[in-house]
Design a protein around this ligand. Structure first.
Ligand code: SF4
Length: 495
């Protein structure tokens, strides 16, 4: 009988995409996906250690799985991802019923590790560096019309609150040609929207200067087409814009990539996450403005509006510099939506620091913000300063004040859209009210609307919607035209 598996993800987009690859590998190995945890033969928990509640969720789920594995000794439990990478043996010590512990660099071995656990028993296998870039692996996407596309893994920054550099390693960029080739094959499979994924997408290609070596010794700063014996390899690694500019350019740029992916036939929308404010350059803003496929949405993590806190975090920019970049982006890219991440209660954050954050958030007038309460992640610099920790009561009060500021600007931005026709990609039935549909605008806003009486457009269909209502987290509207119909039917209850 075919074994059935389920992958549960506790983390960020990077983890979500790794989960798609794990699912793709298990399917390629003959297993079948299920949504039912209780009846699954293999449960994979893909973990994250960026925020505290991710490990609470993991150990809570493992507690629940203990009784399941007592009843069904054949059940195999695998734990992968950042938390597994960091805590390694601790996972099995806390939960001896786990069969496989594997890290962020072992995603490609998920199926093989399961086979080994089947034949030889429980194992912990953590690699400290990637064997191959994970996007070369098969993947099973959640949505057929939209896909993540990894352009880079790891991070070379050292933000004082973040564990990513220690669990994901140094920045490694995928070769330019490989990314464009994957975008082409996604488009051929019906994907119309890709999200380029990296921890710091603006530094994409920084490590690809090494590709010059492949172009031959005569190419000291960029390959010279006449003298280069291996021009094709250089173009594959670094893109034709880099090669054309030769010695004037030391590496491929993220802006080149935006333009190249936008030019892939069939790709209607390009998004990316996340840029680092210190590395966001004008050429990227220009590429966004000049490439119609690149959506007008910028997620620009602020973290704090206080220069002292930003310096303690090692963010590499000041509040003033951040606002300058934001204003420049809004000037260059018409109708840009801006979202952000903000941490409340970083160790040592004073009332004045927090007021500076509130002020900056009000000035920036975000379309939405992910606001987080500081959570010490073991092994990070910030976690080692308990004497500077802020009391939970003070943090809770600051958090509430920030929410008010963010919601106010989000609502104002959304109200500004009332009366406009928005292009949406249909996602499916609304989660709150399945008789309605939900779509996503180019600015990444959810919009809810009634399906037409004549046939429900499928996920991936393009439509236009007249915006008639606004709330802090979504829009509502009336469908005016279905531009293209998606591939699959949506089960919508039209009463
Ligand atoms: S840029 Fe900073 S916050 Fe982002 S992944 Fe790198 S270290 Fe973490």
């Amino acid at each position: 009988m075919t074994r059935r598996f389920i992958v549960r993800t506790f983390g960020c987009q990077m983890n979500e995409h790794d989960s798609e690859r794990i699912a793709g590998l298990l399917e390629a190995d003959g297993l079948e996906a299920t949504d039912d945890l209780e009846s699954a033969d293999v449960v994979v928990l893909n973990t994250c250690c960026i925020r505290e509640n991710a490990d609470e969720k993991l150990y809570g789920t493992l507690g629940h799985l203990k009784s399941l594995s007592d009843r069904r000794p054949d059940l195999k439990i695998m734990v992968g991802g950042c938390l597994a990478q960091k805590d390694r043996d601790l996972v099995r010590r806390k939960a001896p019923h786990v069969d496989v512990v594997f890290g962020t660099h072992n995603v490609g071995s998920a199926a093989e590790l399961l086979r080994r656990a089947d034949s030889t028993g429980p194992l912990v296998e953590i690699l400290d560096a990637a064997e191959e870039l994970p996007s070369a692996l098969p993947s099973k996407r959640r949505q057929s019309h939209s896909a993540w596309l990894t352009i880079q893994v790891g991070c070379d920054n050292n933000c004082a609150f973040c564990v990513v550099p220690s669990v994901r390693g140094r920045e490694v960029s995928r070769p330019f040609g490989e990314i464009v080739a994957e975008a082409r094959s996604l488009a051929a499979a019906g994907v119309l929207e890709v999200t380029l994924l990296g921890q710091n997408v603006n530094s994409y290609g920084r490590d690809l200067t090494l590709a010059r070596r492949r172009a031959g010794p005569e190419a000291p700063a960029g390959p010279n087409p006449e003298a280069t014996p291996n021009l094709e390899a250089a173009v594959f690694d670094a893109g034709s814009a880099w090669v054309k500019e030769g010695a004037r350019r030391a590496r491929p740029l993220f802006a080149d990539l935006l333009r190249a992916v936008g030019a892939v036939e069939g790709i209607r929308r390009v998004r990316y996450t996340s840029p680092h404010p210190k590395d966001l350059r004008q050429d990227v803003m220009q590429a966004m403005a000049e490439t119609p496929e690149v959506c007008e949405h910028l997620h620009l993590p602020l973290q704090s509006g206080s220069d002292d806190v930003l310096a303690a975090m090692h963010r590499g920019y000041t509040a003033e510099r951040y606002l300058e970049r934001l204003e420049q982006a809004r000037r260059i890219i018409p109708d840009l939506a801006v979202t952000t991440d903000i941490i409340v209660g970083f160790p040592g954050e004073t009332d004045a620091d927090f007021d500076a954050t509130l002020e900056l958030a009000a000035t920036a007038a975000y379309d939405s913000a992910y606001t987080f309460i500081f959570s010490p992640r073991p092994g990070t610099e910030a976690a080692n300063r308990p004497e500077l920790f802020i009391s939970p009561e003070v943090i809770a009060e600051r958090f509430r004040r920030l929410e008010v500021v963010v919601q106010r600007s989000a609502l104002a931005r959304h109200r500004d859209r009332i009366g406009r026709q928005e292009e949406v990609v249909v996602e499916g039935p609304s989660k709150r009210d399945p008789s309605r549909l939900t779509g996503r605008t180019r600015q990444n806003k959810l919009v809810h609307f009634d399906p037409p009486a004549t046939g429900v457009p499928a996920p991936g269909a393009l439509a236009t919607v007249l915006v008639t209502g606004a709330a802090p987290h979504h829009l509502s509207g009336e469908l005016t035209e279905v531009l293209t119909r998606g591939r699959n039917r949506i089960p919508v209850n039209v009463s």
